[in-house]
Structure formats: structure tokens, C-alpha cells
Design a protein. Structure first.
Length: 201
């Protein structure tokens, strides 16, 4: 759906993941597909046509609760730690009006619910409640692969500026996602809905 609003493109997508753990085992992949991140986008601005790779589905591995912790019980990864994750790509296909002069694309990410986990504005909250089978104290972090930085700043704002080649800006821009604990983890499903806004200079 395309509507004339401003000079940027706004995308909505949903991050769906599952966390399964019935014991404190080493991190592992499950035999079943594992966790899914579903990215569904509606373009509502007229500047760029943007899409998400893999028909909007990203599969995260199923992990045990011990994946989140060091052997001494401390948290293994902080929201700013650029550890590996599951890659997805935001593809910029075409832009209207002055598109031939694009030198920088700026992506911003925000939770659709405008809600943050307690104590962190750099983690996308799990919107599946514990009563509905959701994992407690677990969310999703997203990183720019080019910059190896969390797409969210410590205050929850987001501005990921990527330089482009003026002759080669219409391409896929890689990001990656992983689970992040925000407290004591319990097993369950993780669901986050995220809005991506892309503008260009």
C-alpha cells in the first residue's frame, strides 16, 4: 500500500520468536524449525520502495536457558554486544524524486507498542505474556551488520546512517537479530512488533 505522506518510507514488521528450554543445557539448535521472526511490511511513504528478505521470515535457533548465561550465572551478552545473530536484509528497490543523488540511507527502528522492557531501551519487548506462554525477561535485539551496533540507542531513539554509492544504492542492507535477556529467563514464545522508518539524503 502506497500513500503520499512525507519523504521517507515506513515499514512495519513483526518479530516472532520462540524460546524452548526444559533444562539448563548447552546452546543448541532444535530439530524443528526453531524460532521465527516474521517481517511484514506496508510501505506508506512515497520516497522508496522497500522490502524484507525471505518473504519476511527469519528463523532464529531454539536455545536452552543456559545460552543467556556464563558458567558463573552472570549474563553472557549485553544489549550492546555485537555477537552474531540471524541475518535479515532490508532491500531498497527504488526511490522517487532525486533518487539518483542518494549518498546516505538512514534507518530507524521502534517498537510498534512503544513499550520497553524494564531497565532497557535497547531491547524490543516480548509482547507475548507469560500467561499466554511467553518467555519472561526475554526480548529481541537488532544490529546493523555494517556498523555492528544495536539499532537502538540507550534512550530508545534510533538512527542507523549507512553511506551509499550514488550509483549502487538500490540494494539489500543487512541487519541481524538475536534474543536478549533482561532478567531471569523462563521458557516460552517471544513476539515483538517493530516499525522501520527509512529516509535518504
Amino acid at each position: 500500500m502506497l500513500r503520499n505522506i512525507k519523504n521517507n518510507s515506513l515499514k512495519r514488521f513483526t518479530l516472532l520468536a520462540g524460546l524452548l528450554s526444559w533444562h539448563w543445557s548447552a546452546p543448541c539448535l532444535a530439530e524443528e524449525p526453531g524460532m521465527d521472526i516474521t517481517l511484514n511490511a506496508n510501505i506508506i511513504e512515497n520516497t522508496c520502495q522497500v522490502s524484507i528478505s525471505g518473504d519476511g521470515k527469519v528463523h532464529l535457533p531454539t536455545v536452552g536457558k543456559s545460552w543467556f548465561y556464563n558458567s558463573d550465572g552472570s549474563t553472557r551478552l549485553q544489549p550492546t554486544d555485537a555477537a552474531s545473530g540471524t541475518e535479515f536484509k532490508v532491500k531498497v528497490e527504488e526511490c522517487a524524486g532525486g533518487a539518483e543523488a542518494i549518498t546516505k540511507l538512514i534507518f530507524s527502528f521502534q517498537p510498534q507498542s512503544k513499550t520497553w522492557p524494564t531497565g532497557s531501551h535497547q531491547v524490543f519487548i516480548n509482547e507475548t505474556s507469560v500467561a499466554e506462554g511467553g518467555a519472561d525477561n526475554t526480548g529481541v535485539v537488532i544490529f546493523s551488520k555494517a556498523l555492528n551496533t544495536n539499532v537502538l540507542n540507550s534512550d530508545g531513539t534510533s538512527s542507523v546512517a549507512l553511506d551509499t554509492n550514488t550509483d549502487d544504492w538500490a540494494k539489500e542492507y543487512p541487519f541481524y537479530a538475536r534474543l536478549q535477556n533482561t532478567g531471569t529467563v523462563t521458557a516460552g514464545k517471544v513476539t515483538s512488533r517493530v516499525i522501520v522508518n527509512a529516509t535518504y539524503k
